[in-house]
Write a protein that binds this ligand. Structure first.
Ligand SMILES: Cc1cc2nc3c(=O)[nH]c(=O)nc-3n(C[C@H](O)[C@H](O)[C@H](O)COP(=O)(O)OP(=O)(O)OC[C@H]3O[C@@H](n4cnc5c(N)ncnc54)[C@H](O)[C@@H]3O)c2cc1C
Length: 392
């Protein structure tokens, strides 16, 4: 039975994440306004904080399972700020792909590095089967030669390397697409400037260009060079990765929405507007009624997200649930942050407060790791057995 009641241990661990998050929040505006700068690997307050903070309790039997706690910690982190961290070292999306599809030797060799994940190209976004970056085995050598361009690579500047998608046989379609491990500094691997964005400006999003970039044959993730006739080859490994990362993207967005709700609640209370629960919506002021509806939306979204990671922790299939929670959160966090702005008016868009930033930052929830539209296509396939061709 699913039970999300937190133990005392869970609460202590989450309280520490929230305390860290509050420190990150102090730096949030600076890195939003100074977009060209990267937040430091370790914030100046870190040593002091770690000296005084209570130790994180060792997990006890009965504590909330790991994947659920991971989602709750993600919510707690972005409740402070989406991109600034007290101490970095959490790897990139490429590390998740390595864990899902790498051989034990590859995990050993690359696991300690921060790896970005580079799928998107100028002509390939929602439909990754359009990947046109090529990987060709050089004749008479044990090397792949990579050519192509990748855009919007998260952690693209900080990363030590990347897992990139490339086709080894364009005529084979999806089946010809494979993932490769490429280290920064490899000749022919060029990194461009940090992208300027609407939100999550402290995140280093960048583009990569590969020009005759030669990498060892053993850098093919999973080492499977075959091109299966029917299956989707390299897609399978990465789709497995998404089933865990999509709910985490949902959780990251929810942290921003929760911050927006907390700020709005404080402002309403300061203005003497009472938010009462349990006696119906009819007796509430219009502002309080709207607020309670936004809170309900948050809770629905959080529950679909926690259900999805709980399934992952049980080893149960969660393909459709990962799309449901991502699609739901992608839209909910926008409704919530915009709703908070509507309730607060000018206060909501003032740069003296972070609400307008949270409203910009949360837009990404519905874009990367598959847009809301794409999640809804996946849900339609799961619910009604539609095929890819039916939904074209
Ligand atoms: C800040 C940021 C960070 C990112 N980080 C990464 C990263 O680390 N690695 C990486 O590989 N990519 C990354 N991306 C890219 C992201 O995954 C893509 O932007 C996303 O998949 C959408 O692709 P697209 O932008 O090419 O849009 P398109 O695919 O061109 O879509 C445009 C619009 O059409 C809609 N659409 C497309 N196809 C359909 C359809 N069949 N039915 C209905 N609607 C459809 C989409 O939902 C969207 O609204 C990042 C993007 C951003 C903005």
């Amino acid at each position: 039975m699913i039970d999300f009641t937190l133990t005392e241990n869970d609460k202590k661990a989450l309280a520490r994440t929230r305390a860290e998050a509050l420190i990150c929040r102090k730096h949030a505006r600076y890195y939003d306004e100074n977009e060209a700068e990267l937040p430091p690997e370790v914030l100046p307050e870190t040593e002091e904080f770690e000296k005084n903070a209570e130790d994180i309790p060792a997990p006890q039997p009965g504590d909330t399972p790991g994947p659920v706690m991971m989602a709750l910690h993600s919510i707690g982190q972005t409740w402070g700020d989406y991109s600034v961290r007290l101490r970095r070292g959490d790897g990139g999306l490429g590390n998740a792909a390595l864990r899902a599809a790498g051989t034990p030797e590859q995990q050993e060799k690359w696991g300690g590095l921060t790896l970005a994940m580079a799928i998107t190209e100028p002509g390939c976004g929602s439909d990754p089967s359009m990947v046109s970056t090529t990987a060709v085995l050089a004749e008479g050598s044990d090397e792949w030669v990579i050519n192509g361009e990748k855009i919007f690579v998260t952690t693209g500047l900080r990363a030590d390397g990347a897992v990139i998608w490339a086709t080894i046989d364009k005529s084979a379609g999806r089946a010809g697409i494979k993932s490769f491990l490429v280290e920064k500094g490899t000749p022919g691997f060029e990194v461009s400037q940090k992208e300027k964005k609407l939100g999550i400006r402290a995140d280093d999003t960048t583009a990569y260009v590969f020009s005759d970039c030669r990498i060892p044959r053993e850098n093919l993730l999973g080492l499977d060079e075959t091109i299966p006739k029917k299956s989707s080859g390299g897609f399978r490994g990465v789709m497995k990765t998404f089933n865990m990362t999509r709910p985490l993207v949902a959780a990251l967005g929810l942290g921003l929405a929760e911050a927006a709700l907390d700020f709005t609640r404080e402002q309403l209370e300061d203005a003497g507007i009472e938010i009462q629960y349990g006696s119906g919506l009819g007796g509430l002021t219009a502002a309080a009624e709207k607020f309670v509806r936004l809170e309900a939306l948050y809770e629905a979204s959080e529950l679909t997200t926690l259900q999805c990671v709980w399934l992952a922790g049980q080893g149960k299939p969660n393909n459709m649930e990962s799309s449901v929670c991502k699609a739901h959160a992608g839209s909910a966090v926008r409704t919530i942050t915009q709703g908070c702005i509507e309730i607060l008016g000018a206060l909501g868009i003032s740069r003296q407060h972070l609400l307008e930033k949270w409203a910009r930052d949360c837009r990404i929830t519905d874009i990367y790791e598959g847009t809301g539209e794409i999640q809804r296509l996946i849900i339609a396939r799961g619910l009604f057995d539609y095929t890819r061709a039916d939904l074209k």
